[in-house]
Design a protein around this ligand. Structure first.
Ligand code: ADQ
Length: 472
């Protein structure tokens, strides 16, 4: 069975967030499980592509409205990433040093058209086309409806929703960017008067998955306008919990961290990694270290931090370190807290190596998300013996059990308020003081298996079960 993942991001080639981690890991685990799994992604002019050699394996032109654009398909050898990655290079549109921009309608449509144009030239068509998020949301529609892709009418498409907040909306004025299709079916593209790639994918894909079972249920009640669509398409939708790449995220071998450790050496390992972080960021290593890594947006609950952190820092009972960037309304008050010298620090930006050091050196990881389709950070934290403090929502609800529950190992809260974050942190401080329980918990959480092994097989079972679109 040959599966093609189509995605805007893939770690380590281009990463903005968790989408890259999933697309950079799932194909590896699927190949290990015995199928042939590949990735098609845009070619960006970034650090990774500059450092690697590519073979040009195909060249052609594509039509985008009235424009004819050249494109190339470049290939990176399987030995580099443990799976084949094919890069679509449309020099006029995609060859840039960023992943997302405000020309994305044209860029990602050109990407999807080029990918399908190239795939139609394959002698044996892939068995499954697996698309990820709205940037590839028009692919299931084009496979089903566009004359030039008639070859794909019987090829199952899977669409995974990593985040339904972003839908890729654009005006019907731009419908002519999409290759010719029977205009009677234009309604498949529409939701609420705009072309909505996410909605089109939910309507046209043979199966839809979300990245955790709880998120699937939550979307029926809150999906940025797509609630009714998701409820009516429920028979073809299923939640499959993300996994993590336990080779990339392994405290025993992680090349980014200061001292490698395992369950036997965690005590000294944690102390060394925490000492490094505290020295680098001028924090008090004697206090429990709370960290946050992620986008500074409402979705992640980051707006609760200024008030919550101020209350916590005033007690002088904790050190706090934050890594992320996002809305300036949230960034600014977080920068104002820098006057709590020795107790608080923030790195506003993106730094992959630092994120590994934080998972390794922090005692607790904060995730007060309003919405969390799955969340990978809590699973990375567990693997590094860092106790997650989460709001029980989406994938966080599916992966973290509160210490007061049977077999619990994390700290959970329900409310989305600064006070509930403070309350959760105070519970964590109490736990930290009980050194015996705290230390046993650190060891216990490192052994929880969140590798992709199980979910990679769940996806393969899903692929194999698909005989026809659910609505036929
Ligand atoms: N400033 C920074 N510097 C360095 N690294 C940073 C960083 N900010 C974030 N990261 C890293 O980016 C990834 C974030 O992954 P998440 O799954 O938590 O969130 P995201 O919202 O991007 O993903 C969406 O897709 C994923 C995958 O399906 C879902 O798990 C999630 O719920 C959904 O919102 C992690 O690897 C994290 O370490």
């Amino acid at each position: 069975m040959t599966v093609i993942h189509i995605s805007a991001e893939c770690y380590p080639v281009a990463k903005v967030g968790g989408l890259a981690d999933v697309v950079g890991a799932l194909p590896k685990y699927q190949n290990n499980a015995g199928i042939s799994s590949h990735v098609i992604m845009p070619y960006y002019d970034n650090k990774f592509t500059k450092a690697h050699n590519f073979n040009k394996i195909y060249s052609d032109t594509l039509t985008l409205a009235n424009e004819t654009l050249e494109f190339n398909v470049l290939m990176l050898n399987k030995d580099v990433l443990d799976f084949n990655v094919y890069f679509i290079d449309v020099p006029e549109l995609i060859f840039k040093d960023y992943v997302y921009s405000n020309e994305d309608t044209e860029r990602f449509l050109a990407f999807q058209i080029a990918a399908l144009n190239w795939l139609t030239t394959w002698n044996d068509l892939p068995d499954i086309i697996h698309c990820h998020d709205h940037h590839t949301g028009l692919t299931p529609f084009m496979m089903q409806q566009c004359k030039q892709y008639a070859a794909f009418k019987n090829t199952p498409s899977i669409f995974t929703i990593h985040n339904a907040q972003y839908q890729g909306w654009f005006s019907h004025d731009k419908v002519n960017l999409i290759p010719e299709f029977n205009f009677d079916n234009v309604g498949l593209l529409d939701w609420g008067g705009s072309i909505n790639p996410l909605a089109a994918a939910i309507k046209c894909a043979w199966r839809v998955t979300t990245v955790s079972p709880s998120y699937m249920e939550e979307l029926k009640k809150s999906a940025n306008g797509l609630e009714n669509l998701l409820s009516s398409e429920a028979p073809k939708c299923v939640g499959v919990l993300n996994g993590i790449d336990v080779n990339v995220w392994n405290p025993e071998t992680d090349p980014f961290i200061q001292e490698n450790y395992n369950t036997k050496t965690i005590n000294t390992g944690k102390v060394a990694n925490k000492a490094y972080l505290c020295k680098k960021f001028n924090l008090d290593a004697k206090k429990p270290l709370f960290a946050f890594i992620g986008r500074l947006v409402l979705e992640k609950g980051a707006d609760l931090f200024p008030e919550a952190f101020k209350t916590i820092l005033n007690t002088k009972n904790a050190s706090i370190l934050l890594l992320g960037s996002g809305n300036s309304d949230i960034e600014e008050p977080l920068k104002d807290l820098l006057n709590f010298k020795g107790l608080y620090n923030a790195f506003i930006g993106y730094d992959e190596a630092l994120s590994h050091n934080i998972y390794a050196g922090a005692d607790f990881l904060l995730m007060p998300s309003r919405v969390e389709p799955c969340g990978l950070n809590q699973m990375y934290a567990l693997r590094y013996g860092t106790i997650p403090i989460v709001r029980s929502v989406g994938g966080l609800k599916d992966t973290v059990t509160d210490i007061d529950e049977p077999n619990g190992f994390g700290i959970c809260h329900r409310e989305i308020t600064a006070a509930s974050v403070v309350h959760a942190v105070n519970r964590a401080i109490e736990l930290y003081k009980d050194t015996k329980t705290f230390s046993a918990l650190q060891k216990q959480i490192m052994t929880i298996d969140h590798s992709w092994n199980k979910s990679a097989i769940t996806y393969i079972t899903l692929y194999k079960s698909i005989k026809q679109p659910v609505n036929d």
